[in-house]
Design a protein around this ligand. Structure first.
Ligand code: ADP
Ligand code: MG
Length: 405
């Protein structure tokens, strides 16, 4: 059984756990739950990997790269907020028509040099043609989600990839927040003992009295006992901390060990429209529990060279769970994350992903931007931290896609 290790870039416990959020959501009539204990002011070390260094692009900025001055306006935060991306911040990548222009590098797809089998679709090679998205397919017109007059039963989606640092937690928080913004009631389940989902929503994992661990392991504990309401109306959280790592060992001796999460979530299915489970980076018993409880799996894939490594094993695991434990389980979609359209490398990897998974790849692609690490520090989703940013827009589009699938 592989135990997850603490990922580089995941912030440690917050320094000021007693701070509470000033705003209170107007969803008090919903499930009883405690308020999230805010944990702003976390001082993390969040290094971004130098994607561009690995990519065959010219040293000078690509012709279409948006100048840093055009930084997306974000909500001003207090002094505890780290400085946002400055001019030339390499992580702050946004997409625009011009940004997709082909690089002038001699290794550009138009160069005669022999290219390995995964050739780039024409639309990717020359930039996004009108109506064609970054995945090289025509971008569908997605309907704005219609308001609901009642909620549930929940569709459960597991955010799963045994590779760490690919955007599972970031996508869980922001897809959840975008779905809540679209009027859906959403429950996020932190199913990673690292508790990054909880931290990302402003919770100090060290201060939790009850967590998902208690829910799984102790009889008589209900979802309501563990539930926290976030600052986003309609978005609830089942938080976790390192205690959950013990569950992986202790569950082994339980009857119907793989169905434990499914069993404890069953009583609240009618209260939510969507339940998102943020899996840990392993294919151990906790992840199998998530896959057994879920109707669908979303696989976040970093647009990076090694992204596809290990995905075959993940797909095999999904198939095994479908055969043996959960016949309803489907591969909901592959979400390309940390995409850098400026680099040939990024476009090439995305082309490979589309080649391998076809229509399973979401049309929405999440760009690499410093805004996401910033939101973790702020302890809130990008949809509230920088509501008009490209990242917020992307997760709203993803929410529409998920609701349309
Ligand atoms: P996982 O849950 O798969 O381990 P995370 O969502 O925690 O991955 O992301 C790992 C790190 O990468 C975090 O520091 C996060 O802020 C950062 N990150 C996630 N998505 C992006 C993105 N699109 N652009 C830049 N950084 C990102
Ligand atoms: Mg994570």
């Amino acid at each position: 059984m592989v135990k997850s290790t603490f990922e580089a870039g995941t912030p440690g416990p917050p320094s000021d756990p007693a701070r509470r959020s000033p705003s209170a959501p107007a969803d008090a009539a919903r499930l009883p739950g405690k308020r999230v204990v805010r944990a702003r002011g976390v001082a993390p070390v969040l290094p971004l990997r130098d994607l561009t260094a690995a990519a065959p692009v010219p040293a000078a900025p690509s012709p279409g790269v948006e100048p840093a001055a055009a930084t997306v306006p974000g909500k001003a935060l207090g002094s505890s907020t780290p400085p946002s991306a400055g001019p030339g911040e390499r992580g702050d990548v946004r997409t625009s028509g011009a940004e997709q222009a082909a690089p002038t590098s001699p290794t550009s797809p138009t160069a005669p040099a022999a290219r390995p089998s995964g050739t780039i679709p024409a639309s990717l090679a020359i930039g996004e043609a009108e109506g064609v998205g970054p995945t090289g397919r025509p971008r569908p017109e997605l309907p704005t989600p219609a308001p609901l007059d009642r909620h549930g039963p929940a569709r459960i989606l597991a955010m799963c990839n045994q590779k760490g640092g690919v955007g599972k937690t970031t996508s869980t928080i922001n897809l959840g927040a975008a779905l809540a913004e679209a009027g859906r009631t959403v429950l996020l389940v932190d199913f990673d003992p690292q508790g990054a989902l909880s931290v990302g929503l402003g919770v100090n994992p060290l201060q939790l009295e009850q967590t998902v661990y208690n829910l799984l392991m102790e009889r008589g504990i209900t979802v309501q006992d563990v539930l926290l309401k976030t600052d986003v109306p309609g978005l609830d959280l089942l938080p976790s901390n390192i205690d959950l790592s013990a569950a992986e060992v202790q569950l082994v001796n339980e009857v119907a060990r793989e169905q434990t999460l499914q069993r404890v979530l069953a009583p609240v299915l009618d209260d939510y429209d969507v339940i998102l489970i943020d899996c840990q980076p392993s294919l151990g018993l906790l992840t199998v529990n998530a896959l057994t409880a879920a109707h669908g799996v979303i696989i976040p894939l970093e647009c990076e060279f090694f992204a596809l490594r290990g995905v075959a094993l993940l797909i095999q695991t999904i198939e095994k769970v479908r055969e043996r434990l959960n016949p309803h389980l489907e591969l909901e979609g592959i979400l390309a994350t940390m995409y850098d359209s400026r680099t040939l490398h990024g476009r090439e990897v995305l082309a490979r992903v589309v080649e391998a998974f076809g229509d399973k790849v979401f049309h929405t692609v999440i760009n690499r931007t410093i805004r996401f690490p910033e939101t973790t520090v702020a302890g809130e989703p990008i949809t509230t931290y920088a509501p008009s940013s490209h990242g917020a827009h992307a997760y709203r589009e993803l929410a529409k896609e998920v609701l349309a699938r």
